[in-house]
Design a protein around this ligand. Structure first.
Ligand SMILES: NC(=O)c1ccc[n+]([C@@H]2O[C@H](COP(=O)([O-])OP(=O)(O)OC[C@H]3O[C@@H](n4cnc5c(N)ncnc54)[C@H](O)[C@@H]3O)[C@@H](O)[C@H]2O)c1
Ligand SMILES: O=C(O)C1=N[C@H](C(=O)O)CCC1
Length: 250
């Protein structure tokens, strides 16, 4: 059986360098290109890449995906910074290249995907819910893509269940003290040397609280999800948002 021809964009970065090693170690994959900032995207075509794993920065990801989709190269994207506007531009590119697949995964780790799922299930049963994400201080965006997605899923689950807005009597506050408002869910971002990627979803009801916590302790936690994404995206045209779509979570 021929091997899947995979390229990594952002190959010298924290997660990209780990992805290079993971692709090289996968029996069913061949690493055909490993690009850093400034490298020519045309080398993806010259190398015959079938899938590009995009792990760069929010300022680079759109140009890279524009190129990949135009050239029929499927993409697995971990880079953050997704807005409605960006998603709609990407959707337009994919409409013009209907056989190409793009997976955007706010988080590739199974624990983080399950955290989002558990939070979605729990959210309608509690009056209050807040998200706290904690990351290494070199991270350029806040709040994290995972926390934003978690808050959006929580808000959607509460809206569908007809939940009232959360109680919050705050009348005066320093800017930022109540976090960022993502669809009505407060999201707080901590940046601390020593951490990698962590998240808590705090839920509170009358006389009880529930805390759902996930910790990524090493970039290896993201690798099974990236490899699964690369295997599945080649037969899944169009845009898939969230690794959960490639998992059977019930
Ligand atoms: N989805 C996930 O599970 C997951 C996990 C970890 C990190 N991330 C995200 O992945 C991204 C990268 O994170 P990081 O910690 O590795 O950052 P990083 O700064 O260590 O790495 C990014 C790398 O991309 C390179 N780069 C920038 N523009 C490029 C371009 N046009 N072409 C090729 N390379 C380019 C940079 O030079 C750098 O080496 C961030 O958005 C982060 O939030 C996602
Ligand atoms: O280290 C990062 O940067 C991470 N980014 C993603 C996010 O913003 O959610 C995933 C976790 C690690």
């Amino acid at each position: 059986m021929s091997k899947l021809r995979v390229a990594v964009l952002g190959a010298k970065g924290r997660i990209g360098s780990e992805a290079v090693r993971a692709v090289e170690a996968a029996d069913d994959m061949e690493l055909v290109a490993a690009l850093g900032r400034g490298d020519r995207l045309e080398s993806l075509v010259e190398a015959g890449a079938q899938v590009a794993v995009e792990l760069t920065t929010p300022d680079s990801v759109m140009d890279n995906l524009d190129f990949c989709v135009r050239h029929g190269i499927h993409a697995v994207v971990g880079t953050t910074g997704w807005t409605e506007d960006r998603l709609s531009r990407l959707g337009g590119w994919l409409d013009a290249s209907p056989d190409t697949g793009v997976l955007i995964a706010p988080n590739f780790s199974i624990g983080a995907v399950l955290t989002m799922k558990f939070a979605q299930i729990a959210a309608p049963y509690f009056e209050s819910v807040e998200v706290v994400e904690l990351h290494h201080p070199n991270k350029v965006d806040a709040p994290s893509g995972t926390a934003t997605r978690t808050a959006q899923l929580i808000a959607a689950a509460r809206a569908e269940a007809g939940c009232a807005p959360q109680p919050d009597a705050t009348a005066t506050a320093l800017d930022g003290a109540r976090g960022a408002d993502v669809d009505g869910v407060p999201v707080h971002a901590v940046r601390l040397r020593g951490l990698l990627a962590h998240q808590e979803v705090l839920l509170g009801g009358e006389g009880e609280t529930l805390t759902i916590r996930h910790d990524s302790l090493h970039h290896s936690s993201f690798m099974p999800g990236i490899l699964l994404g690369a295997r599945r995206v080649v037969t899944t045209p169009g845009l898939t948002f969230g690794l959960e779509n490639f998992l059977d979570l019930g």
